[in-house]
Design a protein around this ligand. Structure first.
Ligand SMILES: [Zn+2]
Ligand SMILES: [Zn+2]
Length: 329
């Protein structure tokens, strides 16, 4: 029997009667990371990586939650569970499930290249690997992080010299903190929208070294924000801010920015390719590093990626899950 199966509630481990990142309410849920599509409301008990604890508590309020260190094992009905760094966002993990001579790893979301803030991805040996494939197309090849950050800083500098603020749209958990950390030597102050500020506080509490950021409050006017970098989620950048700022430039930091069409759709002046997921090469590298013979592809371009794997000697399958592309790109 398979160690992990899918049912109407999510990814299920029948022998232990627990779920991994369930999409419906269950009794016991192991959580890979605190993006909304992976960590949902209403479970009776949550188990998450210890560095995710302050973030989970901030997002979910008072729930029953237990934290496990990376690599620490816990056994449920004879099945062993442990978390291993996924490099996706601060505190994120892959989940290793082992029992009766079988080892499965569910990747959650991951990226293989270090972002300088999140715990770097660690490959885990297994015989079956359930991998996400958000960017599972050969066209997705990420530029070097240092180069992208250099062009963001140049853009910020130019606008500052013209007395303008720049608005960088990024998800409130993960992408925002990674950018704050990477752009800390920038030419001006960093202001963050309240949703981002809340996550900054939680991420600092989890032990991450995040420079000081200022809250973007409604009291602020155009003069206060001159030369600043404003980090805000795409949905929070409302008419209020366009009126206050008057002249400014906007950008989006996302893997989708590799495709010109995506930039147009988000109607931003600039698109910077910064992704919290593995690119095509990263997915292949991760699959190889697990040593797994059987690969279950989900969450993205599973058809294309699983076909490529099948053609190249793996036993690959597709699995449709209910994880979205909306949180963390
Ligand atoms: Zn996801
Ligand atoms: Zn995610």
């Amino acid at each position: 029997m398979d160690l992990i199966v899918e049912n109407e509630n999510g990814l299920y481990v029948p022998e232990a009667d627990v779920y991994l990142d369930p999409w419906r309410k269950v009794k016991k849920a192991f959580i890979s990371h605190i993006h909304a599509d992976h960590c949902r409301y209403g479970n009776l008990q949550y188990i998450c990586p210890r560095p995710s604890l302050p973030i989970l508590k901030k997002r979910m309020g008072p729930v029953s939650v237990h934290g496990l260190d990376y690599g620490e094992k816990t056994t449920v009905r004879g099945i062993e569970f442990s978390f291993h760094p996924a490099g996706h966002i601060p505190g994120s993990a892959q989940i290793r499930v082992a029992g009766q001579g079988r080892v499965w790893v569910y990747s959650g979301d991951y990226k293989t290249r270090s972002d300088g803030l999140s715990q770097p991805f660690e490959p885990v040996k297994c015989d079956t690997f359930i991998t996400e494939c958000t960017f599972g197309l050969p066209v997705y090849k990420w530029p070097k992080q240092a180069e992208v950050y250099r062009s963001i800083l140049e853009w910020w500098n130019e606008n500052k010299q013209n007395g303008r603020a720049v608005v960088l749209q990024a998800y409130s958990l993960g992408k925002a903190q990674r950018l704050i950390h990477g752009l800390r030597e920038g030419p001006g102050p960093i202001f963050c929208h309240s949703a981002v500020q809340q996550m900054n506080t939680a991420v600092r509490k989890a032990g991450f070294d995040l420079p000081k950021t200022r809250p973007l409050t409604k009291k602020l006017g155009k003069e206060d924000l001159k030369g600043a970098l404003i980090i805000i989620s795409p949905t929070a950048f409302t008419g209020h801010w366009t009126k206050v700022l008057k002249t400014y430039e906007t950008a989006s930091a996302s893997g989708w920015m590799l495709i010109r069409e995506a930039k147009r759709r988000r109607s931003v002046d600039r698109g910077f390719v910064v992704s919290d997921h593995a690119d095509w090469e990263g997915l292949i590298e991760a699959v190889k590093a697990t040593g797994a013979e059987r690969i279950i592809c989900t969450h993205g371009y599973q058809q294309i990626f699983s076909r490529w794997l099948s053609e190249n000697g793996w036993r690959a399958e597709e699995l449709t899950t209910e994880y979205g592309e909306s949180a963390g790109d």
